[in-house]
Design a protein around this ligand. Structure first.
Ligand code: BTN
Length: 245
């Protein structure tokens, strides 16, 4: 049975940064939750916006033993988030590579970062969930594209409640040794992107337009462009509205 260790801190700059820095002290399978983050980070150098008591922010330190672990753990985290929402009777969707959406708006962001020193490799998976934020709490640029549990349920939920449910989902997935294809198929079934929809993929300084085909067996995004098939192992997907026109 995998032993997870949970550490709660009142405040930190970023649970991902702290877990990466102190991975030697904390050890594998540590879950570090910070009630308040002063410099929460998102993907592509963005900030992660949250508010004490209104958001849930934590990170998990996964040891990497084989290449598949790099895709298994990020998928296991996304899977557990979607499952946790479904336990609360909320239908959520997974947006490749690691966001979770409800009603077309982002409710959870995941930041996966790897660290290798010598023969040891780790993956730090940081999860931010909008629990009790009100629409006015979100900064202007993401106000209309973000949602929280409170905005869906019309009432507050203790962040701790969501956290415990999530942890139980993750524990059972890892302890039951649920195979990678099963986790992948679950995410494919719950994908926000539907086959045939027009998308734009941003990868560093490139922007490529195409039609979403599938999430492949090795967790890549496959799109069809004017020049043929392209696969991405990372990137940001922007959905292009009215793709059926
Ligand atoms: C994204 O949507 O771009 C990813 C957001 C990830 C935010 C979480 S909150 C806990 C952990 N610590 C951080 O600094 N970031 C991640």
């Amino acid at each position: 049975m995998t032993e997870f260790k949970i550490i709660n801190l009142p405040e930190c700059e970023s649970s991902n940064s702290l877990l990466k820095e102190r991975r030697g002290t904390f050890g594998p399978f540590t879950i570090l939750r910070c009630l308040k983050q002063t410099q929460g980070r998102g993907r592509w150098g963005r900030k992660w916006f949250s508010k004490e008591d209104k958001g849930l922010t934590f990170s998990i330190l996964f040891p990497i033993h084989k290449n598949d672990d790099y895709i298994y753990y990020p998928m296991a985290v996304a899977y557990s988030v979607v499952k946790t929402f479904s336990e609360l009777d909320i239908e959520s969707e997974f947006l490749w590579p690691n966001d979770v959406y409800v009603k077309g708006k982002k409710i959870c962001g995941i930041l996966n970062e790897s660290v290798t020193r010598g023969s040891e490799s780790f993956l730090v998976s940081g999860i931010g969930v909008n629990i009790n934020l009100d629409k006015e709490d979100f900064p202007e640029p993401i106000k209309n594209t973000s949602i929280s549990l409170k905005m869906i349920l019309g009432e507050e939920t203790a962040p701790e409640f969501f956290f415990k449910k999530f942890i139980n989902q993750l524990y059972s997935l890892i302890d039951e040794n649920t195979a990678l294809p099963a986790v992948l198929n679950f995410l494919k079934r719950n994908s926000l992107l539907k086959k045939g929809e027009k998308v734009k993929v941003r990868v560093r300084d490139r922007e490529i337009e195409g039609v979403f085909e599938e999430i492949t067996e090795n967790f890549r995004l496959k799109i069809i462009t004017d020049h043929g098939e392209e696969e991405f192992f990372d990137g940001e997907v922007l959905r292009i509205e009215n793709s059926s026109d």
